[in-house]
Design a protein around this ligand. Structure first.
Ligand SMILES: Nc1ncnc2c1ncn2[C@@H]1O[C@H](COP(=O)(O)OP(=O)(O)OP(=O)(O)O)[C@@H](O)[C@H]1O
Length: 330
């Protein structure tokens, strides 16, 4: 790969739109109506090589449709998409040798064959040199602790074992970019932890770029340095995990310890609300949203009413933020 290619974003989408035409029957005569659904709506973003990005949003927000266009399964309606510097649909074969894809719900393994045979078949499909394939298989089996399962038919693997096998299968040809759709869904705590550790190491040691969709806050926290939030096909947030709370309107909490018992602090500035009052009102928790007021303004309002001895600020619970994004009514 030349130096220019190395500096190019590994994913570059510009004004990307995908629409679907659906038909529904309605009215007395059950006439067919034609509707257009815009699953991805003029979306633009770039992802740099070596980064790890969480792509999140409610059900139906447009995540899978974006991934399908990135991998060449779906043709965009308008706009452009480049993955690894290639046009995914036109250069799908070449792209397949440069990316790995894991869809939690769909398998790329052969169910009735022992696991090691799936790896051999995939190595042949990718035309890997037998020595290289052997070395890489051993490495993955070792790192993902799959030694005991190599002779087991895939259909007999537990969910955790199968997910590790899926990840190994997607990484066998050492792709530059790995796209994972819900990689830890349904896994127990230990399996999740193992998988995350493996993906982190893969990224650090090989510079592999990771793009993942997930409902699991832990995946984002442990793996991603950037979060993209999609809603109704549009990008509504692009930034760090910590900045996410403020954007989706999650509230921070000012906790004040007061010098004497104090009646409930109501009548607060707009955007602030009393959450709880303890110890006869000596500790009160006040939620506020950054869009309407500031911690300083809130503190000033409290100081007018009581003597403040100590204070702290609780940041939004990111797990709650992610849950709210997924639960938003569509
Ligand atoms: N083949 C299709 N035909 C018609 N509509 C579709 C098709 N694929 C997706 N859609 C619609 O496009 C919108 C986006 O769907 P998409 O599957 O991309 O969302 P998602 O964010 O991946 O959701 P989930 O988390 O549930 O997988 C939805 O309204 C969906 O119903």
């Amino acid at each position: 790969m030349d130096e220019h290619a190395n500096r190019e974003p590994i994913i570059d989408i510009d004004d990307l739109t995908r629409q679907f035409t659906v038909y529904r029957k309605s009215g007395k005569r059950w006439r067919r109506h034609r509707d257009t659904i815009t699953a991805v709506d003029r979306m633009s973003f770039r992802i740099e090589r070596g980064s790890a990005v969480g792509y999140i949003g409610a059900n139906g927000a447009g995540k899978s449709t974006t991934i399908k266009m990135l991998t060449g399964i779906l043709v965009p309606t308008t706009g452009s998409v480049r993955t690894c510097g290639l046009e995914p649909v036109r250069q799908r074969k070449e792209l397949a040798s440069r990316i790995g894809v894991v869809f939690g719900q769909r398998s790329q393994l052969w169910w009735d064959l022992p696991l090691h045979e799936s790896f051999s078949i995939l190595a042949a499909i990718h035309r890997l040199d037998p020595d290289v394939a052997d070395k890489r298989t051993h490495e993955l089996v070792d790192q993902l602790e799959m030694g005991d399962t190599l002779d087991t038919p895939v259909r007999q693997l537990s969910l955790g074992q199968r997910m590790r096998a899926e990840v190994a299968a997607a990484l066998l040809h050492s792709p530059e970019l790995v796209i994972l759709d819900e990689p830890t869904i349904g896994l127990d705590v230990l399996s999740k932890q193992r998988l995350r550790e493996f993906l982190r190491a893969e990224r650090i040691e090989r510079g592999t770029t990771l793009l993942l969709t997930t409902h699991d806050m832990g995946d984002i926290e442990r793996l991603c340095d950037r979060v993209l939030v999609v809603d109704y096909g549009r990008l509504v947030y692009d930034g760090s995990l910590t900045g996410l709370g403020a954007t989706v309107g999650a509230r921070r909490v000012l906790v004040v310890d007061l010098a004497a018992p104090t009646p409930d602090l109501d009548d607060l500035p707009c955007g602030a609300q009393l959450l709880s009052s303890e110890a006869g009102g000596m500790r009160q928790r006040l939620a506020f949203d950054a869009e309407h007021t500031t911690a300083a303004a809130l503190l000033a309002a409290v100081s007018d009413r009581a003597q403040v001895r100590d204070l702290s600020i609780e940041e939004p619970d990111i797990e709650d933020v992610v849950r709210r994004i997924y639960e938003s009514t569509r």
